[in-house]
Each structure stands twice: as structure tokens, then as C-alpha cells.
Design a protein around this ligand. Structure first.
Ligand code: NIG
Ligand code: FE
Length: 412
């Protein structure tokens, strides 16, 4: 089935197949064709070009999009979509002056979500996560990484990972799965943390390998969570069963997590709100993608990651949502892009590149997604009638999406 979209005001995010990500000054350009056509064949992008060069023969369907724009779908490379309940009481505690860390030390935070997840059935977890996923799809997300990490027990982690597997089966959104058993130390292991790490390495990872439940491995490397040495040990065990590292580092403190990530050839290091000049320098000699989560900074009132400095250091930054019930109860990538422009001072083009091709690369999906490229999957959205792509971040809290195509299929 061949479909041709005609009269596209601008077809944005065009890249040659060989481009894996955009770094430094390359991020300033969002390649576009004005007054364009786009041809898709089944689930793939077949061709594109200028309207004046189009031969309209032999299409099963021709869709006149009447001077609207097309952009590649968002590639959100960091989320905790599978969780049991919201945590609005902690939100109110923070308004009243407590910090995220203080709430966690009182038994709130991740441990709070873990307790709730253990009380919730796999079916209910799936139902709730699927509703969230459908909402994200309507907001333009075409690929999503989802982490476990609220189970914190063999049973709880496998339950979460099986929910993600089911989401993969039913959704048109491309999903990648990350095992985050090392998200916190469960209460009962507080005095014997090495036993919990043994459980991760000797029980959880073999079960995950047997059922092929994950693509990546994550650790929350942070003061009061996992040390760099523990992170190293857990990552190595994950790598041994074929999982690539993608890790939480430098959210509140810089304790060496970035260097552990680089050493283990991590696909990405995520958060980076607190960075030293050495952290930035060390990233320069790696292929690890620095992934920034501005909605988390917004919600917790913590510093924003130094996006401009990272770009100046010629790095390929990605932007992602971090959707989770504690630090970021929103998976809206349009808002992420707005915040990146407003608070991190990225240009709209830099932010869009960070939320598309670089996000795809941070999930190992750069050969399939993240740009308008011949042979890539036809995941894109048609905008409302807007005159400039800068209006996408400008209308913050809103979105400029009218119609969505995933895998070549019209979704809404
Ligand atoms: O990325 N920082 C660690 N994990 C999540 C928050 C988890 C939670 O509070 O439930 C994050 O911000
Ligand atoms: Fe996170």
C-alpha cells in the first residue's frame, strides 16, 4: 500500500540514513523541505521531495494535508511508565518545604511506590500503564523506553517487566525495556545491602535472561542509593547477559556515576542536573548520550542540566520525559521541548533534534526511528496549521499536533 501526502508546508527532520545522532553545532540545524510531498509504503518511509518534482501516478491513496507541517514523532528515551499509584501527598509535602531526598529518607519516594506496586495485580498495572501509554501516543510519542524499578523484589520486578512486554505486544508505540532493580535499597535490606545486590545479580538477572524481558540495565547511582562501585558491579552483571547500560546519574550529587557509565560503554547517562567540568570533559571521549530530563527539574525545583555547555562540548544531548509518580508526573514531550527552550535556552531546532533523532539513538533505535529518512519507520505527526516550528515550544502546556501516524498507520 503506497500513500502520498501532498502540499506539506514543511517536511522537517530529514536526515540521511547514515546519521546516528547529531552533536554540538549539528544540533542547530533541523533539515526541512518546504512545499513537500512524502510517500510511505506500508509501515516505511519510501520517498520525499519537493511538490514540483512529484509524479502523482500509482498511489493507493493521496492525502492533501493542506499546508500543514510534518515532524518525526517524539522518541522518549527515559520513562518509568509502569507504576501503581500517584504520590500527590509527597507533592504537598514538598510544597510545605520538604525536599525529595528528605521525603525518601522518611520512607516515601521510590519505596512508597514499591509498596503500592506489590499490592497491585499485574492486570491492574497493565491497564493503568496502557491508559498512560495511549495518552502519550496522542501527545506525539512514537517510541518510548520504559523501566521497571518499583518492584524491588524478584516477583515485583518480573511483574513490572511482564507488563512492559504486554504493552509492547499491544501498542503501535515502539517500546524498549530497561531493568532497574537497583532503583533503591528495599527497607528489609537496609542493613544488608550486599544481599539485595546478590539477589539482583544471581536471581533477577538470570530470570530476566530466561524470559528475554529486558534490553537495557539501569542503576540509580546517587548518594543514599547506589555507590559507583555497586553500580559498576551491577552493570557488569547486566552486560554479561547482553543488557546495555543506561543509567541514572548526577541528579543530586556528582559521585562518579558518569565515569562508571563511560567505562561500561553506557548507551546513555541520564539526569545530569549536577555536573562538574570533569564530568563534561570525560563525556567528550565517549559514545554515551547525555540525556536531560527538564520536567523533573521543573517539578522538583532542582537545577536544570547544563544543556548549552554540553552542546558546546560537542556532545549529542537527548531530551526525555522521566515520566514517574515521584519526580515527574508527566510524559508530555511537547512540554519537555518547551522547558528545554525556556529554561535550558536551547533553540527550538536543537530541542526537537534532542527529542527525536538523539532520543532514538539513546534507545539504540537510530536506524529505525527519529527522523524522516527513506527506509525508516513511518512514525510522524501532522501539525495544526502553524507557520513556524518555533510555535511548538512557544505554546507551552499545549501541543500543535493534529494527526498521528505510527508504523504507517493513521492513529488519530
Ligand atoms: O528519575 N531518580 C530516580 N528515579 C526517578 C524518580 C523515582 C521516584 O521518585 O519514584 C527519577 O527521577
Ligand atoms: Fe528516571
Amino acid at each position: 500500500m503506497k500513500t502520498c501526502f501532498i502540499n506539506i508546508k514543511s517536511l522537517n527532520g530529514i536526515l540521511p540514513k547514515k546519521v546516528k545522532n547529531l552533536r554540538g553545532s549539528e544540533m542547530s540545524e533541523l533539515k526541512a523541505i518546504e512545499n513537500a510531498y512524502l510517500i510511505i509504503q506500508d509501515e516505511l518511509i519510501f520517498d520525499y521531495g519537493k511538490m514540483e518534482d512529484l509524479n502523482l501516478d500509482h498511489f493507493d491513496e493521496v492525502i492533501d494535508i493542506k499546508n500543514k507541517m510534518i515532524l518525526p514523532s517524539w522518541c522518549d528515551s527515559h520513562s518509568h511508565l509502569v507504576f501503581a499509584k500517584s504520590r500527590e501527598s509527597e507533592f504537598v509535602d514538598r510544597i510545605n518545604g520538604l525536599t525529595y531526598e528528605e521525603i525518601a529518607l522518611k520512607g516515601g519516594g521510590i519505596l512508597n511506590s514499591s509498596k503500592k506496586l506489590m499490592e497491585t495485580s499485574e492486570e491492574k498495572l497493565f491497564e493503568d500503564a496502557y491508559i498512560r501509554l495511549q495518552e502519550l501516543e496522542k501527545l506525539g510519542t512514537g517510541a518510548l523506553e520504559i523501566k521497571s524499578g518499583y518492584g524491588l523484589s524478584l516477583e515485583g520486578e518480573l511483574k513490572s517487566l511482564r507488563v512492559i512486554k504486554k504493552l509492547k505486544e499491544v501498542s503501535e508505540v515502539t517500546i524498549k525495556t530497561t531493568f532497574l532493580g537497583a532503583h533503591a535499597i528495599p527497607k528489609e535490606y537496609k542493613e544488608k545491602r550486599e544481599d539485595y545486590i546478590d539477589l539482583i545479580i544471581n536471581k533477577m538477572l538470570p530470570a530476566i535472561q530466561k524470559e528475554k524481558l529486558a534490553d537495557f540495565i539501569d542503576v540509580f547511582c546517587e548518594t543514599n542509593y547506589y555507590t559507583p562501585e555497586e553500580t559498576d558491579k551491577i552493570l557488569k552483571a547486566g552486560i554479561n547477559i547482553g543488557l546495555k547500560p543506561k543509567i541514572h546519574v548526577n541528579q543530586f550529587t556528582s559521585i562518579g556515576g558518569i565515569q562508571i557509565g563511560i567505562k561500561n560503554n553506557a548507551l546513555s547517562v541520564d539526569h545530569l542536573e549536577i555536573m562538574t567540568s570533569k564530568d563534561i570533559e570525560d563525556l567528550k571521549s565517549s559514545s554515551t548520550i547525555p540525556t536531560l530530563l527538564p520536567s523533573c527539574s521543573f517539578f522538583l525545583g532542582i537545577p536544570y542540566a547544563p544543556a548549552k555547555e554540553l552542546i558546546k562540548a560537542n556532545l549529542p544531548i537527548a531530551l526525555a520525559s522521566d515520566f514517574n509518580p515521584g519526580s515527574t508526573p508527566s510524559g508530555n514531550m511537547n512540554f519537555v521541548i518547551s522547558l528545554a527552550c525556556i529554561k535550558m535556552k536551547l533553540t527550538p531546532k536543537q530541542a526537537i533534534n534532542a527529542g527525536t533523532i538523539n532520543g532514538a539513538c539513546a534507545m539504540g533505535l537510530e536506524n529505525k526511528l527519529g527522523s524522516i529518512t527513506k527506509g525508516k519507520v513511518a512514525n510522524f505527526y501532522i501539525t495544526k496549521p502553524i507557520d513556524s516550528i518555533a510555535l511548538i515550544p512557544y505554546y507551552f502546556g499545549n501541543n500543535q499536533i493534529e494527526t498521528i501516524y505510527l508504523n504507517g498507520k493513521k492513529r488519530s
